[in-house]
Design a protein around this ligand. Structure first.
Ligand code: FES
Length: 111
């Protein structure tokens, strides 16, 4: 088992969750009740599984495909370390991965 850490959009809550090797990050997050819709179930057609990877963990992930980059361009609140959770397969090298949920609304709205 490996550990992943989910951080709420406002940074106030963290959850450390055990995941099986080979599991998809999106499924692990959904099983934990994290607010990721994942509407297209991994078809890279929705970007509702967007998460923000901790800067120090970002380089541990395999690079995003061009299709994933294109979807991330459309994701609200995407940052330089954004990824689609449906494209992240957890393996031992990702133990301790920390990802934050994107805000539901853009922070420019004053929240
Ligand atoms: S679930 Fe739709 S892009 Fe990841």
């Amino acid at each position: 088992m490996i550990m992943v850490r989910f951080v709420s959009a406002d940074g106030a809550r963290t959850r450390d969750v055990q995941a099986a090797e080979g599991a998809r990050l999106l499924e692990v997050a959904q099983n934990d009740g994290q607010p990721l819709e994942g509407t297209c179930e991994g078809q890279m057609a929705c970007s509702t599984c967007h998460v923000i990877v901790a800067a120090e963990d970002f380089d541990r992930l395999p690079r995003a495909s061009e299709e994933e980059e294109d979807m991330l361009d459309l994701a609200a609140g995407a940052t330089r370390t954004s990824r689609l959770a449906c494209q992240i397969l957890l393996d031992a090298s990702l133990d301790g991965l920390t990802v934050r949920m994107p805000g539901e609304h853009r922070d420019m709205q004053g929240r």
